[in-house]
Design a protein around this ligand. Structure first.
Ligand code: AMP
Length: 397
């Protein structure tokens, strides 16, 4: 259990409560194309409204690089949140984020009102965790609530700096839920515990592989990172994605798995093509690829092998696609893994955000998973065993 104070431990009646949410949602022509992060933030916001707080929401959106960019305004989020909450979320349009408009809007609030500040990354200091902007944010609040798991691995003004200038800093329900699910899975899993890692690079998941090998019973590897392992084992991988600097590391991980008695599963067949394109002719290869071929998905035997390895799992953590799933012709491996997880009746299944979360949701398996994390980067750092600055900054219980 997370040893941090939460919104259940404080009284917010009549108080100004600044809530850091993760409203970093994808937008297309001003429309939100995936609102999972907004929905995930609702329980905390509703609780604070019900308890009579004056709820001041803030978040970043995209990378405006320290200046106002109208296409990255949080205005569409305020509109959609109003609909989801069934109550007005007043948008405090203000290019300075905490400028005259925001201060005026905050001053007019009654108990149970909700306002949303402008994109915190309109201010260059935000990502530098500077004092001035942290103090400005804190000046709006009596209490600070951090519910932005997706940014918890970063130390910025709006999640870490602000806590220096507010007496009470606690975590919200989403943050608590994310840490509890991930923490329990990793530190206290019901076994067998299987981790599935995919995605493009070994280099970005080194520490995760290393840390998970100390914890899991089975580690399944797929995606582009599998070819570095294949090459390290002397296989011909054509022009597949590979990181030559990590060949030794891949060998070490295979040895570590053996020492620890962890079953390390690597692809036994691969869907290859000569071009990185959905309509490129493809074939399945079990042995060596031709020099002009590249691996773009796990093959049918691997899909079966992985589904079989997942059948008895009681805890599963998944991060990263099994192939180039954005191209429908190379999505079968990722779909097979998502389906194998969705079919598990009696297991805790945790999807570590990012691409795997998108894949599971797009396939309509979202409600079959125990927990889909709202933070790809944050959940990876958590799986590496790192402390998340956004969590550390909250008051201890
Ligand atoms: P990551 O951000 O490291 O989790 O990687 C996700 C990306 O890896 C997705 O955009 C996938 O298209 C890509 N990917 C997965 N498998 C492969 C592969 N075999 N070759 C190239 N890219 C891949």
């Amino acid at each position: 259990m997370l040893n941090k104070k939460s919104i259940d431990d404080i009284n917010v009646k009549g108080k100004r409560v600044l809530v850091r949410c993760d409203f970093n949602v994808p937008l297309q022509d001003g429309k939100i194309t995936d609102e999972n992060r907004l929905v995930a933030a609702l329980p905390t916001i509703k609780k604070l409204i019900a308890d009579g707080g004056k709820v001041i929401l803030c978040s970043h959106l995209g990378k405006p690089k320290g200046e106002p960019k109208p296409e990255l305004s949080l205005a569409p989020v305020a509109k959609r949140l109003s609909e989801l909450l069934g109550q007005e979320v007043k948008f405090a349009a203000d290019p300075e984020v905490v400028g005259p408009n925001a201060k005026a809007a905050a001053a007019e609030m009654k108990d149970g009102d909700v306002i949303l500040l402008e994109n915190t990354r309109y201010r260059a200091e935000e990502t530098k965790n500077g004092d001035a902007f942290s103090k400005e944010l804190a000046s709006l609040a009596d209490v600070f609530v951090d519910d932005a798991f997706g940014t918890a691995h970063r130390a910025h003004c709006s999640n870490v700096g602000v806590t220096k200038y507010v007496e009470t800093s606690v975590v919200g329900y989403l943050m608590q839920k994310e840490i509890d699910f991930l923490g329990n899975a990793v530190n206290n899993p019901e076994r067998p515990f299987v981790a599935i890692l995919g995605g493009s690079k070994v280099s970005s998941k080194i520490s995760v592989i290393n840390n998970l090998l100390d914890k899991v019973d089975t580690l399944i590897i797929g995606g582009g990172m599998a070819y570095t392992f294949a090459k390290a084992q002397g296989k011909e991988i054509g022009k597949s994605l590979v990181e030559d600097d990590y060949l030794d590391y891949a060998k070490e991980m295979v040895e570590k798995a053996e020492e620890k008695g962890v079953k390390l599963l690597l692809p036994v067949d691969t869907v290859v093509a000569k071009e990185f394109a959905n309509d490129a002719p493809s074939r399945v290869v079990e042995g060596s690829m031709e020099p002009d071929e590249m691996g773009l998905d796990i093959g049918p035997k691997t899909r079966e092998l992985y589904a079989e390895a997942l059948k008895d799992a009681k805890t599963v953590v998944w991060n990263g696609p099994m192939g180039v799933f954005e191209m429908p012709n190379f999505a079968a491996g990722t779909i097979a893994v998502a389906k194998a997880l969705a079919d598990l009746k009696d297991a805790v299944t945790i999807i570590g955000g990012g691409d795997s979360a998108a894949a599971v949701n797009n396939l309509g398996f979202g409600d079959k998973m125990t927990h889909i994390s709202t933070g790809g980067g944050a959940s990876l750092e958590f799986l590496e065993g790192k402390e998340l600055p956004g969590v550390v900054a909250a008051n201890d219980k």
